[in-house]
Design a protein around this ligand. Structure first.
Ligand SMILES: Nc1ncnc2c1ncn2[C@@H]1O[C@H](COP(=O)(O)OP(=O)(O)OP(=O)(O)O)[C@@H](O)[C@H]1O
Ligand SMILES: [Mg+2]
Length: 252
């Protein structure tokens, strides 16, 4: 059941610490200049994401979801407005600051897995664990996403869902504070998508990683603590799930 945040009363059915914002955005605006044309992708976004929460971002194509996620992840800068990750000011950060921020705090998962074809699952994850400071072992990260039996397989020897789970293992192996996922199940069939969502659910629960997922699939919103809906560069809806579904219960 989805209920409005305002109706949630004093006892939200979530163990997320809503007093500890990880991200805080105020008046985020993004204008892309393409030739003579200005495209306004974000039109004043105010947003908080809290420690440990699982947030789903919904919205039509072109509504600004990826733009917002890329700014939170330090891949892009807003045209106006402010955004902080804890006490890091991401708007006034230098490129070197943003590179360090991404390296130390953010894991990304995209629709396409971007694995290196000539490296095994274990080696793809080790690329990250070798350079990160407090990382888990590639074996532990791949175990968390259920791929212990696939450590020495190359991407071409893995299904799409398994490749996406390697990508998740790679993203979480350095134990990031936040995991930002842009349509992680967009290329997958239902059953495979669910195994990928189960992995994201497990990472969120076992590591406490604050997780934001962009999807076109409103069914996935049932897993979330909170659902944020964008339309034409604005937040037009925010709901909280009184009861969350397990990934394994989703049907679409
Ligand atoms: N690099 C860019 N240059 C110019 N315009 C862009 C750029 N990236 C996005 N836009 C425009 O900004 C708007 C928001 O794009 P964005 O990619 O954030 O949407 P989205 O909600 O992620 O859409 P989708 O669901 O199709 O991925 C769109 O109108 C898009 O055309
Ligand atoms: Mg997008």
């Amino acid at each position: 059941m989805i209920i409005n945040v305002d109706d949630a009363g004093d006892a939200p059915a979530t163990d997320v610490n809503l007093r500890e914002p990880v991200f805080r955005a105020r008046g985020l605006t993004k204008i892309y200049h393409v030739g003579e044309v200005d495209v306004c992708a974000l039109r004043g976004i105010d947003l908080e994401l809290y420690a440990g929460e699982f947030v789903v971002l919904l919205g039509a194509s072109g509504s600004g979801k990826s733009t917002l996620l890329n700014i939170l992840g330090g891949l892009d800068c807003p045209t106006a407005g402010d955004v902080w990750f804890r006490d890091h000011d991401l708007v006034h950060a230098t490129d070197a600051d943003l590179t360090r921020y991404r390296r130390d705090h953010v894991g990304f998962v995209f629709q396409f897995y971007n694995l290196i074809p000539s490296l095994t699952a274990r080696e793809n994850v080790a690329l990250i664990t070798d350079i990160a400071e407090e990382s888990m072992t590639p074996e532990a990260a791949l175990g968390l996403v259920g791929l212990t039996a696939r450590l020495d397989h190359f991407p071409a020897q893995l299904s799409g869902g398994e490749q996406q789970r390697v990508a998740i293992a790679r993203a979480i192996a350095k134990q990031p504070d936040v995991l930002l996922c842009d349509e992680p199940t967009g290329a997958l069939d239902v059953q495979t998508g669910i195994t990928v969502l189960e992995s994201l659910e497990r990472v969120n629960e076992e590591l406490g990683t604050t997780t934001a997922i962009i999807t076109h699939n409103a069914v996935i919103a049932r897993m979330a603590n909170r659902i944020i809906t964008l339309s034409d560069g604005r937040i037009v809806g925010e709901e909280t799930n009184a009861v969350r579904s397990r990934a394994s219960e989703l049907v679409w």
